[in-house]
Design a protein around this ligand. Structure first.
Ligand code: C2O
Ligand code: CU
Ligand code: CU
Length: 495
């Protein structure tokens, strides 16, 4: 490591003291990696602050985005941007078949717009950056919930400002319920725990001012502190019972390899688009930005006093991610269990989308291999570009026209690329049908219905999608939000 790189490294740790001193720090730099600045070592806190949960948004209530302060680290104040004053924003819960409506009021000093990630909805309700809501203005969202139960979410989608606005605190859960899911009697109430995992960089004064360098734009903005539902290093008291954890990776760019410190087996029951056909036993799950995982954790044989951490293990990522392990959240068993639960053997019926040899395959080169990722963006912006099929996003350009009701295969080709890209489509749920190169397999958590799929370096991933009968303009993009904001997005039009 030369001196310049070393200075860069140390400046990234800002006000934080690196646990274990510089030795640990240097060891975390990968030897095979020429870009030694990669090791933004994640540090753990003391897990002494209680996890909190956002309140529910009342039916028909409005959502207002504004700047305020929140206590993310202990009792320290951090300036954040919120929906209705809470960081994470209020949870929306709604039944399939109901109508959702809210007035969005923008009290930020910049434009914004709300996107309902994972929902099937009319184009003009989807929060396209074209439908921006200016400061002091409002917009009425109103659409029917026509899809199955699942943990969806909402966040801004402002032109070239999505990353900043999400990072500053704007995001929330959007939970859809239906009768199929209810009939399974899954753990509910206090035993159903929504967890939004995000990473931040806190400076000396606990501010999280978003100011990515060109390197950050290339890798995505990786934090060195993990917050869950807006709290750094939280603990949560549980009973010795079954729990349902509904995990959202709401980070701008960080991928997590989640597991439990006791090596506990858990059961994956759902993902982006709701329940899987049957529970899948697992000991870890890889979750990219935008993805969700619904899992059941059996703590019924635990003892009072047991402490179990939800944590990240090393994984084979790229030069910037996957290098270190860290704890995220502590569960403390403080009470004996009282309710019993039996894991259902099946959960839901998933009809595979019919893919025929004649099904149209649409190719998207996401390798950014032709220097795109390193090229300068427009005048003075200092931004790098990420591209799809050699082009950076243009709000007015339609990159793909598809027919309502048609099935297509969308092929995300990262075979020449060096970066992971979690690819996301708006307005649809798709099925992942193949992965070649790289990890060369599909994973249990990629079954069922998905709206975001991780395409690691060297991989080619195909998804099957049938377009709903909502005509108009939708987006497909990389959910590494720095990649998205720097151009890695297209418009597709359903006609
Ligand atoms: Cu959650 Cu277009 O994104
Ligand atoms: Cu989305
Ligand atoms: Cu990307």
């Amino acid at each position: 490591m030369n001196r310049k790189e070393f200075i860069k490294l140390t400046s990234l740790t800002s006000g934080w003291i690196v646990a274990g001193g510089m030795g640990t720090f240097l060891n975390s730099c990968r030897k095979d990696n020429v870009m030694m600045r990669t090791a933004i070592k994640v540090k753990e806190g003391s897990f002494s602050k209680a996890l909190t949960f956002p309140g529910l948004l009342n039916k028909g209530a409005s959502l207002t985005s504004f700047a305020t302060v929140a206590q993310l680290v202990g009792e320290k104040s951090t300036s954040v941007w919120t929906y209705n004053g809470s960081c994470l924003g209020p949870t929306i819960e709604i039944n399939k078949g109901d109508n959702f409506s809210t007035k969005y009021i923008n009290e930020l000093s910049e434009e914004s717009v709300i996107h309902w990630h994972g929902l099937l909805l009319p184009s003009d309700m989807d929060g396209h950056p074209d439908n921006t809501v200016f400061p002091g203005n409002s917009f009425d969202y109103n659409f029917p919930i026509i899809q199955r139960a699942g943990a969806y979410w909402y966040h801004p989608h402002t032109h070239m400002k999505t990353a900043r606005q999400v990072y500053m605190g704007l995001a929330g859960f959007f939970i859809v319920r239906d009768s199929e899911e209810l009939s399974l009697n899954l753990p509910s109430g206090a035993n159903e725990i929504p967890l939004a995992i995000q990473d931040k960089r806190f400076f000396h004064d606990y501010s999280i001012n978003y100011n990515p360098t060109m390197d950050d734009v290339m890798t995505g903005y990786l934090g060195d502190a993990i917050i869950v539902n807006g709290t750094f290093a939280p603990y949560h008291e549980v009973k010795a019972e079954w729990y349902r954890l509904r995990i959202l990776n709401g980070s701008n760019a960080r991928i997590y390899n989640l597991n439990f410190s006791n090596g506990n087996t858990f059961y994956i029951i759902g993902n982006d688009g709701g329940l899987l056909p049957a529970p899948i036993q697992a000991t870890s799950v890889l979750l990219a930005p935008g993805e969700r995982c619904d899992l059941l954790l059996d703590l019924s044989s635990g003892n009072i006093g047991d402490e179990i951490y939800l944590q990240n293990n090393v994984f084979n990522g790229d030069n910037f991610q996957g290098a270190d392990s860290f704890k995220i959240l502590k569960f403390k068993i403080t009470q004996k269990g009282s309710n019993s639960f039996t894991l259902p053997s099946s959960l839901s019926l998933i009809n595979p989308i019919q893919v025929l040899p004649t099904t149209f395959v649409r190719n998207f080169d996401i390798s950014n291999a032709s220097g795109g990722a390193h090229a300068q963006h427009g005048a003075g912006s200092g931004m790098m570009e990420h591209k799809i099929n050699g082009k950076a996003f243009d709000m007015k350009r339609i990159d793909a026209v598809v027919n309502a009701g048609d099935t297509e295969v969308w092929h995300f080709d990262n075979s020449m690329g060096n970066e992971p890209h979690p690819m996301h489509m708006h307005g649809v749920q798709f099925q992942v049908i193949s992965r070649t190169g790289g990890r060369s397999q599909l994973f249990p958590v990629e079954g069922g219905w998905k709206d975001t799929v991780l395409v690691m370096a060297k991989e080619q991933v195909k998804v099957a999608v049938t377009f709903p009968n909502y005509k108009g303009k939708f987006l497909m993009h990389c959910h590494n939000l720095e990649h998205e904001d720097s151009g890695m997005m297209i418009n597709f039009e359903i006609q």
